[in-house]
Structure formats: C-alpha cells, structure tokens
Design a binder for this molecule. Structure first.
Ligand SMILES: Nc1ncnc2c1ncn2[C@@H]1O[C@H](COP(=O)(O)OP(=O)(O)OP(=O)(O)O)[C@@H](O)[C@H]1O
Ligand SMILES: [Mg+2]
Length: 449
C-alpha cells in the first residue's frame, strides 16, 4: 500500500474514534477521557504529517517502449505493405517477410528478386555498428526495374543497420516499399507540369510576337502612307493657292507612286507570310528550265546592282537541266536573296551559281548567291530569319526594306522541301546557299515498296 493511502486510513480512524469519545461524555471530563482525547489528537497529527510528507506519485510505467516491441513494429510494417528482410555481411538476403515474398512474386520469389536488385544497385558501404562494433549497412536506395515480363516496378530500399532488438537475427534490417504507383503518378504530374510550362511559354512568346508584329506593321504602313498623304496635301495646297508647278508636282507624284509601290510590296509580303504560316499557301509545281529562271531573277536584280555599282555574274552548270517546282516562288526566293546581296554591297561583286547535285538517290538544285558586301556578325546571323529583323537598326539606316524578305524566303524554301544555309564574315561578304528538290518527293505507295 502506498504512504498516501496509509495516512488517509489513519486519519479516518482518528476522526471516527474522536467522534465516539466525545459522544460518550456523561457531563464532566474524567482522567480516561482526557487520556483518550490526547492519544487521538496524537494519532490525528501523525496522519496529517504523513499526508504532507509523502513523495509525489509516480506516473504509471509505459506498457513497453518501441525498442522493446519489435514484433509490433513488424506487424505495423506488414499492415502498411512494407516488406522486411535482413541483408547479411556477404550481401545475401535472409528472413524475407511474407510481404517481401509477395512483392518478389514476379521474380519467382525473394532470392531471384534480390539477385535482380544487386545487379542494378550498389549496396551502401558498410560502417561500424555503434552497439556491437561489427559492420552494418545503412542507406536509402531507389530502384527502377522491370519484372522478367517487362512490367516496370519502382522500389524504395531502406537499410537500417543492425537491429539488435531482434536479438538472434544477423544482418542489417531492410525495409522495402513498392513505390510504383506513387512514382508513376509523380512522373505524370511532373511531365504534365513541364508540358504546361512549355505551352504557357509558347503562348506568351506567340502573344509577344503578335504584339511586336502589329507594332512593326503599323510603323511600316504609316511611313509610306504619311508620304502619300503629305505629298498629295502639298499638291492640293499649291493648286488652291494658284502656285501649281507641273515640274515640282511631277517629282511629288513620283514620291507618291513609289510610296504606294512600297506599300503594295509590304502588304503582299505580309499576306505571303501569314498565308505560309497558316498553311494556306498553295504551291503550283510545274517543270521549267532552271537556267532560264535564274536568268530572269538576275535580270530583275540588275538595276539594283547597278545602283550600287556592283558587278553581277551568273553561272549555271551545263547539266543543271530542268526542275519541277513552283517557278513563281523559286523566283521570289532568288530575287529576295539577290536584292539583299545588291543592297548590302557597294562597288563589289554579286554572283549566282546554279548546279545540280546528287545526295544519296535524291537530286537537288543548288542555288548559291554570293556578295562581297558588309557581311554579318554571328549574332546577326542567328536572328536573320525573324520577321522584321534588320541588322542595322540605326535611325540613319540607308538600306530600306522592312525585314520580311528572308523570313518569307525561309518559309517558302521549307514549304518546297528545301533548306537554306549561310556563310558570312563581317566586312567581307555573305554567301546564301539554297537546296531545293529537283522534283517534289512522291509519297511512297505500299505497292512500290
Ligand atoms: N547579303 C547580305 N549582306 C548583309 N546583310 C544582310 C544580307 N542579307 C540580309 N542581311 C541582313 O538581314 C536583314 C534581314 O534581311 P531581309 O531580306 O529579311 O530584310 P530587308 O532586306 O531588310 O527588308 P525586305 O527584304 O523586307 O525588303 C537585313 O536588314 C540585313 O541586315
Ligand atoms: Mg531583303
């Protein structure tokens, strides 16, 4: 019995006796009565001292600490679907639990499964156990493997070192969790996230491109339109003031006309660009002599070459022959390249070389447009095919144009199944080479295979 209970008992006895004695008093106090009352008072005092002096009550001892209850832990592991085993010093697996055995089912049991595991991962380097000083293994491993039937499984292997609480069992405790469902859904989520990030970036880039396209367009359209409006207003004022001078008006009309032509070029370029981008451009392939088309393109570019005092040269290989493609589009691309070469070269040379080349079993026509002009830096070359990109952005730009020629050319070349390449050195010149298929590729029919 604990001290606090003893003291409470004594106190109860003392109170009861005192009540009895006082109740039996006849009227006066006898010697015996006085002695009885005194002894009872002593008893009462002793009980009170005992109550006050007793130690605080201890909390009840725990039923068992986790270290003392390994079997309960094993049951929890089983309930949570965690496989348990032991990795011995020689690396072999012992005492696989029923859950681990079930997990290893597709491998014909835990031993084959363990061999497959060892073939894929390196066990953590052993370290000294703090309890017994022998070597133990501790570490966390992730395993992504296929069952013998090729089904993907992901495991988490948790090596806990020696489990001395299991007393008679050797080796490091191994806990195995099948993470396949979790990892696959995590991977799916991550991929989805990445795809959404890419889609968002693309949407943002498209929206930025659209905004800058509109800003560029409104600038490009406004400049020639202002010229048209400005010169016509000037002429109207001159007529109204009676100061009309046909000579001056002729010059102004020339300016109005060239601004109008520039607007037309710009609008047809933009329409071309959006047509190709929207996949609405219809190519009209036909057979034509390549050298003839090259001569035509050169003839259109000649006045521009002359304006910059350039010498032009056209060379077509004897075997260049004919090709099947849309001649209008091929001429348009060649003209864009030749006009650039003439525009960015002064007192230099502009050349067009055409030849037929075989690549494997395919025949190609190679057009090479070269100049000895201003050339381009690597950075400029990287942005060349962006719509509205112009290397010279200074306000004193002398070359004109709107930066759409190469963007359209690239799209047209790709549409025709070809490719374009550039070699350029600043202050030395540039060479653009286009390869176009000599004939559109035919879709292979199952019969011809
Ligand atoms: N042969 C070249 N030599 C030097 N720079 C060139 C050459 N070709 C193109 N470039 C550079 O690339 C830019 C883009 O060329 P692109 O043909 O697309 O536009 P543009 O000639 O300026 O205008 P547009 O062709 O619409 O009239 C040019 O402004 C120029 O800076
Ligand atoms: Mg151009």
């Amino acid at each position: 019995m604990r001290p606090r209970t003893v003291a409470a008992g004594l106190l109860a006895v003392a109170v009861a006796t005192l009540v009895g004695v006082v109740a039996s008093l006849p009227g006066g106090l006898g010697i015996a009565t006085v002695l009885g009352v005194a002894s009872l008072a002593g008893l009462l005092l002793a009980a009170l001292v005992l109550i006050v002096r007793t130690e605080p009550v201890e909390a009840p001892a725990q039923l068992s600490s986790p270290e003392r209850n390994p079997i309960a832990e094993l049951r929890v592991a089983r309930a949570m679907g965690v496989g348990v085993g032991f990795v011995l010093d020689d690396g072999s697996l012992s005492n696989p639990s029923p859950t681990l055995t079930a997990m290893a089912g597709p491998w014909n049991g835990p031993l084959d499964w363990w061999l497959a595991v060892l073939a894929q991962v390196r066990m953590p380097t052993p370290r000294d156990c703090a309890v017994c000083g022998e070597e133990e293994r501790v570490g966390l491993l992730r395993l992504d493997m296929d069952t013998p039937r090729g089904v993907r499984r992901v495991y988490q292997l948790n090596l806990h070192g020696h489990a001395h609480e299991f007393n008679d069992l050797d080796g490091s405790l191994l806990l195995v969790r099948d993470m396949t469902v979790t990892s696959v859904s995590e991977e799916n989520l991550r991929r989805l996230n990445e795809e959404m990030t890419v889609a968002r970036d693309q949407a943002l880039a498209a929206s930025r491109a659209k905004s800058s396209f509109l800003a560029n367009m409104s600038h490009e359209l406004r400049t020639p339109l202002n010229a048209v409006i400005g010169y016509s207003e000037m002429m109207l004022e001159e007529i109204d003031d009676g100061a009309f001078d046909p000579g001056a008006a002729r010059q102004d009309l020339h300016r109005v006309r060239s601004s109008g032509m520039h607007l037309l070029d710009l609008i047809s370029d933009v329409l071309d660009l959006s047509k190709v981008e929207a996949g609405k451009l219809e190519l009209k392939p036909e057979a034509f002599e390549v050298s003839e088309l090259a001569r035509e393109a050169m003839a259109i570019a000649k006045p521009m070459a002359r304006a910059n005092r350039n010498v032009v040269r056209l060379e077509c290989a004897g075997d260049v022959g004919s090709m099947v493609a849309d001649p209008i589009r091929v001429r348009q691309v060649l003209f864009n390249l030749l006009s650039n070469a003439c525009k960015f070269t002064e007192n230099g040379r502009v050349g067009l070389d055409v030849r037929r080349v075989m690549q494997g079993t395919e025949e190609w026509i190679a057009f090479e447009v070269s100049d000895t002009g201003i050339g381009m830096t690597e950075t400029q070359q990287r942005r060349l095919y962006e719509p509205f990109y112009q290397a010279d952005t200074s306000s004193t730009r002398v070359h004109g144009g709107s930066g759409l020629g190469l963007a359209i050319s690239l799209l047209l070349i790709q549409e025709m199944g070809g490719r374009i390449a550039l070699r350029s050195t600043i202050d030395e010149g540039s060479t653009f080479t286009i390869h176009l298929p000599a004939a559109p590729r035919r879709a292979t029919s199952p019969l011809s295979a």
